[in-house]
Design a protein. Sequence first.
Length: 279
Amino acid sequence: MDKPLITLSIEEFGFALASMGAEDVAAGLLKPMYGELSEREWELILQAASHSLLSKGLIVSLEEMEIEFVPDLLEMLIHFARSRRMLRGYSLRNDQEKVLTIHAGEEEQRGQYLYHLAINQRIHLFTWTEPAEWEEELYRFYLSQERLLPAEATKLRISESRWNALTAIMPDTNVSTLVSEWALTKPEQQFIQAWSSTFIKSGKNLDNLSILHYGDEEVPTPEQMLLLLNVEEYFYSVHNIQPDPTSEPVIEIECSTEHTIRKQLRNLIDKFAAPSFQR
């Protein structure tokens, strides 16, 4: 059976959330787009959104005190509101911001996963998804199908303090001067210079993939996050390979092949997915 695919505008999504009692979430979604508006202005925006949902057939009944959504949308909204654990991917390329979140189900929805793709925060797509689909979904999320990656990976491991120095680098900084005291080999120096040049060229923007769990940690732990640098010539991945959480992280920067990036995606998928899903 085909999975339902529902597309909402940011206004429709905000209205639906507010109607479910999640007014704070709806406000957090809409205020960055609209800023501070009067109560009447908000009423007009949400009223237009409700009429749009009605015209799409996503609202069955629209009464003054009661709103009835179609079952598919209602189930997705309940899942979204209850979920406390997600796999979240962020990508910014060519002025297009994409956020992909896979929400794990809670209670009676445990083992069920909701796919949510937001494009520039204006368009929101929802469907159901399964762990077996995620590797390909995430690979396509970060890389176009025609993208060619090198046949052999190259990598370098550095301390967290050196990583912090690299990411704080200014465009006019001479990288060779920065790393001159790091006791690196010539190939390692060349690798760092290529990384830094690419990082600055990207506007110091890093995509990321992480596991989030509301209620436990404010931010993902280092082993639950993968940083990605995606430009035309290269695709770098950055992650912590230090297994001891009490020790300083060891940061591995890798110029990835298709095989290595897929392996890293699967590692995070396996950490997030239900125990029944095994690769």
